[in-house]
Ligand binder design. Structure first.
Ligand SMILES: [Fe+2]
Length: 593
């Protein structure tokens, strides 16, 4: 999209480096992460983390890193200049938090063309190594970030937190805060709905029946106070979210690999539109809105742009030694056909428009890219990070070949047309890749683990082509299963009020092992050559800023089994982990001395 054109990186001059350290030592301001203030719409309180009485802050939105590779990682920050001018931003990166011997450094120019965001690749790094970094601009020093490159070769173990769906006016981002505290993570995955486009006025359901758009009365009404449509709107919304101290802290402590879902543009988006995009209400053409949402996303997320000439392409891969090949998919903007309406009471069946052969959820290029990755991977585990539930979710279960349970339909009644269920032929093409041309349920690609967000609830399941057919799949032994899926709940976005539906869902969906419909939190993946264990961690509440969390459940898939089973116990944290980035630059100075 061309907005990187003015980026310029040069060597970090020794004199500049000294002044950087001096400022770090004498600045004495608390790190942004220490600050705690409510809604970003709250006037002067919008600036998080200022020491009382100090001057206006340049780095209001924290620091971040992302898309780690074995030899590089993206570093991110954003400046808030007082005048509209180019801003020269220095950066430095060190293996130790005292910053006395920076390994890499440079200068980047940012300006209004990219909303004063700063993003660049720090290259020439060592694999599997933790680094600390800081920025300096306009006489101020940023808080310190911490990041980590991907390991290479023989990797024994990985620890990865998985997050999705952080709706600011619905609650406090406690899940981000708890993930930030885990010093032994290798990285954080964000599966989308990082922002929401709704007005989010923070009023009660009684005041407005459109509760989903407005959030809750928690003092967290976002800026701008209306549905975001223009480039400036999307930038303002990203800026608002980035004032949240828990979101700042998870970015400050861990590299993030993120992908968008629908709400980074607007609800239930697809290739040429969205449920919540209405050109007749003055929202303009979809292509324009999609483009500005993507531009703001790339400005505000620490993501490496795969193809600057085609910013819509976000799907990309990561190799994590011999243990994991991670494929981040886009099932949302680049190839999705429009969602269809229900064709039976309470859901839909695989008939009519749903059954059309060319109905797609990913485009041909992405599917071929995924097939090539899966077929050529040398890694033990094939992780697919993506948006919408891959496995079937039926309110009435029935084998694919029968229609007795729902006359006129086949395979039962599905619940959510926005997930893979609504694109049955597209899903069959993924099964085909996993089978490698063999007959079902043979598997050519073992150890596929699908990771999913989007639906604000927690699930563990086998993935299989015909889960309701006992001749094709045995839920007890896992025979016929072709992989597993772990679905993570939301950071704050609402799920169900109760688990009343759980017995019915388990009964109609024999491939499902774990369902939890009411809790907010995150997933913790612990990966070894023997198994992938997924743990669901839930926060106590999101109505206040609250540090309480609890372990809820653990399920795993053992290598070669392609079948999810409950784990005997939760995994242990690593006994030794790299130090978290210190919370204040003053502390850095003390350590350096
Ligand atoms: Fe969501």
């Amino acid at each position: 999209m061309g907005h990187r054109g003015k980026r310029r990186i040069s060597a970090f001059a020794p004199q500049t480096r000294r002044s950087f350290l001096r400022r770090a030592g004498f600045a004495g301001s608390a790190a942004a992460s220490l600050g705690w203030l409510a809604g970003c719409s709250d006037g002067s309180d919008a600036r998080v983390g200022r020491t009382p009485g100090s001057s206006p802050q340049v780095f209001n939105h924290g620091v971040a890193s992302g898309d780690p590779l074995a030899d590089r990682v993206m570093l991110w920050t954003r400046t808030t200049p007082s005048t509209d001018q180019d801003v020269s931003v220095s950066w430095m990166l060190s293996e130790t938090p005292d910053m006395t011997n920076p390994l890499r450094s440079g200068t980047v120019i940012t300006n209004a063309d990219r909303d004063y965001t700063v993003k660049m690749d720090a290259t020439g790094l060592e694999a599997g190594t933790t680094y600390y970094y800081q920025f300096e601009a306009l006489g101020e020093v940023s808080t310190m970030g911490r990041t980590r490159t991907l390991p290479v070769g023989d990797v024994d173990r990985l620890r990865i937190a998985v997050l999705s769906c952080s709706n600011y006016p619905f609650g406090f981002f406690n899940a981000y805060g708890r993930v930030a505290e885990r010093a032994d993570l290798d990285l954080v995955l964000h599966l989308g709905d990082y922002i929401y486009e709704y007005p989010g006025r923070g009023v009660s359901a009684e005041q407005n029946p459109d509760e989903y758009g407005d959030g809750r009365p928690l003092g967290r009404a976002p800026e701008p106070p209306y549905e975001i449509v223009t480039l400036n709107d999307y930038r303002t919304r990203h800026a608002c979210y980035k004032t949240d101290p828990d979101l700042q802290e998870v970015h400050r402590q861990h590299p993030m690999i993120a992908v968008w879902d629908d709400h980074e543009s607007t609800n239930n988006s697809w290739r040429d539109g969205a449920q919540n995009h209405n050109p007749d209400r003055g929202e303009g053409p979809w292509s324009a809105r999609e483009a500005v949402s993507i531009k703001a996303y790339y400005e505000w997320l620490p993501i490496r742009e795969i193809d600057p000439g085609n910013p819509e392409r976000i799907y990309r891969g990561f190799e994590i030694g011999d243990l994991v090949s991670l494929s981040m998919l886009d099932t949302r903007l680049i190839g999705r056909d429009q969602q269809l309406a229900n064709n039976v009471d309470g859901g839909f069946t695989d008939t009519g428009g749903y059954a059309e052969a060319d109905r797609t959820l990913v485009d041909d290029d992405q599917r071929q890219w995924l097939a090539d990755r899966l077929n050529n991977s040398q890694a033990t585990w094939q992780l697919l990070g993506q948006q919408v539930m891959f496995g079937q979710l039926k309110v009435v279960g029935a084998p694919n070949a029968t229609n007795s349970a729902n006359p006129g339909g086949q395979g039962g009644v599905f619940f959510n047309s926005d997930q893979w269920d609504g694109y049955p032929r597209a899903r069959e093409q993924i099964w085909e890749i996993i089978r490698g041309g063999q007959a079902a349920p043979n598997v050519a690609i073992d150890n596929v683990v699908v990771l999913t967000g989007d639906i604000h609830t927690s699930w563990a399941m086998d993935i299989t082509e015909d889960p309701n057919n006992p001749d094709a799949y045995d839920a007890g032994t896992g025979a016929g299963s072709m992989g597993v899926e772990f679905v993570g709940t939301s950071v704050t976005s609402p799920g169900f009020d109760s688990n009343d539906l759980r017995p019915t869902l388990l009964e109609q969906n024999p491939h499902m092992e774990y369902i939890e419909l009411t809790q907010r939190g995150y997933m913790l993946l612990d990966i070894t050559a023997e198994r992938v264990q997924c743990e669901w961690w839930y926060v106590d509440d999101i109505e206040s800023r609250n540090a309480q969390q609890r372990f809820a459940a653990a399920y795993q898939v053992r290598v070669g089994e392609n079948h999810v089973v409950e784990a005997d116990s939760q995994t242990e944290s690593r006994p030794i982990a790299p130090a978290l980035a210190p919370v204040s630059t003053a502390a850095v100075s003390a350590m350096a001395n």
